[in-house]
Write a protein that binds this ligand. Structure first.
Ligand code: ZN
Length: 493
């Protein structure tokens, strides 16, 4: 019976965030250590680890799964956290294995390891040698390095944004691993990049465009003999490391030259279309004036604060949009969540029904997204923030926003949360007693993932630029470590 090691260690690191990512940051999202804890949390979920576990059962593999860990995107992972995340992996490798399956994000930066995934893979290779097959799954916002593709034999990225195919991609990686173990294929991976930080329209698959066309071409290439996987990565822009940006990785079976040609051809397509962005930038003023109008449909207007997206490392506490809506007196608004542990604590101390005066949000860096907002409101709800995803993304996974409070300020219900979380699932609202389908206006903290759940219920969706940390204005950041020249930072690129 083949013995497989299953690992899940994932983080998308926004190196421009002031918030370092320590071990408690992982614990707030999830940090399961030990085989039993990992199986208990992940079995039966639509996560990568859920996909690995189901595949292992199907193929009759004997497995160890010592860690499953992820944190909401944030600043550089501390050296201490990185050591704690990698220790269970390296210790388990004292045992013999026939193959290794790893679910990464692919854009993790740790103190002392700009290419954290590549560095960990290098350490694993140093221990197990070059013959043991390793398969990795990646977010399509991975920054894929040469080291990652040198050490991993199989590279499989998500093909959806919103990401709703984690389970399928894990199953695909496991299937290729099985074929490798059966001696049917001997996979290897190559990667190509261009001097650009942006590409593939940010990876969006909800609009017909550059990304959907790239994936169509990738599907066609995958039908060629010896071409196993063509992974298209839009990359993660807010990362001050050498190899940030879009890439294409091709996993092949004995076809290195053809695989290289495919990766280069798709990156030529990426380069030629680097100017294309389907993101509309609505100003706060425009959003407020559209919010003044209802259409009688009873469906919510969804305002996505896409520049304060915790899913890209945003602080989740930007106030500019709240300020605009409150000043205009827009009624029946729900905002979820605004990350502010201090405000949550003040609401808890006051109790449900109490009137409180406090400063909400804008506390981490008011330069991005607005200063703290002074409000007077009534505490409507206090909770633990615990919920189980029931939408298309991460269905079945238990999670928490940390302690929560709902503060009613005029016509606006503000969900305050102790932890940072992108608004992905209707359970973010339902778990604090708000039915999102019945509101006039919903404010969510998300750039694109919200569309899977909130798109179908909305009368209209607007992506609002509030000038927060995930702003598209890249000249606000010091990209000192990235390869130069690079577009759009250097026109000469
Ligand atoms: Zn992503």
């Amino acid at each position: 019976m083949p013995r497989l090691l299953l690992i899940h260690v994932a983080h998308e690191t926004n190196t421009f965030s002031r918030l370092k990512t320590d071990l408690p940051a992982f614990a707030r999202r999830y940090l399961h250590v030990g085989d039993e804890a990992v199986a208990k949390a992940m079995q039966g979920t639509r996560s990568e680890m859920g996909g690995f576990l189901d595949a292992a059962a199907e193929y009759g593999w004997q497995v160890r799964h010592p860690i499953s860990a992820a944190a909401t995107p944030s600043g550089t992972v501390t050296a201490e956290a990185w050591a704690a995340l990698t220790r269970p992996v390296m210790e388990t490798l004292d045992e013999p294995f026939d193959g290794i399956l790893i679910a990464f994000h692919g854009a993790m930066v740790a103190e002392g390891a700009d290419d954290a995934e590549g560095e960990l893979l290098g350490r694993i290779r140093a221990k197990v040698g070059t013959r043991l097959p390793i398969a990795i799954t990646l977010d399509l916002h991975a920054n894929v390095t040469d080291a990652m593709c040198r050490h991993a034999d199989i590279v499989v990225a998500y093909r959806t944004y919103p990401h709703i195919d984690q389970y399928e991609r894990a199953q695909q990686a496991a299937r290729l691993m099985k074929r490798t173990l059966d001696g049917e294929i001997r996979p290897q991976a190559v990667v190509a990049r261009r001097p650009t930080l942006l590409g593939f329209d940010g990876g969006k698959t909800t609009v017909e465009g550059v990304m959907t066309e790239a994936l169509r071409r990738a599907d066609a290439y995958e039908r060629e003999p010896g071409i196993l996987v063509v992974s298209v990565h839009a990359g993660f822009t807010r990362s001050n490391i050498q190899d940030a940006g879009p890439s294409v990785a091709v996993t092949h079976d004995g076809q290195p030259e053809r695989a290289r040609a495919i990766a280069e051809a798709l990156m030529d397509y990426c380069w030629d279309n680097r100017f294309t962005s389907s993101t509309q930038r609505t100003t706060v003023g425009e959003a407020v004036s559209i919010a003044r109008r209802t259409d009688g449909s009873g469906r919510p207007l969804v305002l996505a604060d896409y520049t304060d997206n915790p899913g890209g490392g945003g602080y989740g506490d930007a106030t500019n949009l709240l300020r605009g809506l409150l000043a205009a007196g827009i009624e029946d608004v729900a905002v979820c969540p605004v990350t502010d542990p201090e405000a949550v604590e003040a609401c808890r101390a006051a109790g449900v029904g109490a009137t409180v005066e406090l400063l909400v949000g804008g506390k981490i860096d008011p330069e991005f997204g607005g200063a703290p907002l002074k409000v007077t409101g009534v505490v409507r709800h206090l909770g633990t923030g615990a919920f189980t995803f029931d939408g298309p993304m991460w269905k079945g996974l238990r999670s928490t926003m940390g302690d929560t409070a709902v503060l009613q300020v005029g016509g606006m219900e503000i969900v305050l949360a102790a932890s940072r979380f992108q608004t992905i699932d209707r359970q973010h609202f339902l778990s604090v007693g708000i039915d999102p389908t019945r509101k006039n206006v919903l404010v969510v903290k998300s750039a694109q993932h919200f569309r899977a759940t909130f798109g179908p219920m909305a009368r209209r969706v607007l992506t609002v630029d509030t000038g927060a940390l995930t702003t598209p204005e890249l000249n606000r950041f010091d990209f000192s470590r990235i390869r130069r020249p690079i577009w759009p930072l250097d026109p000469s690129a």
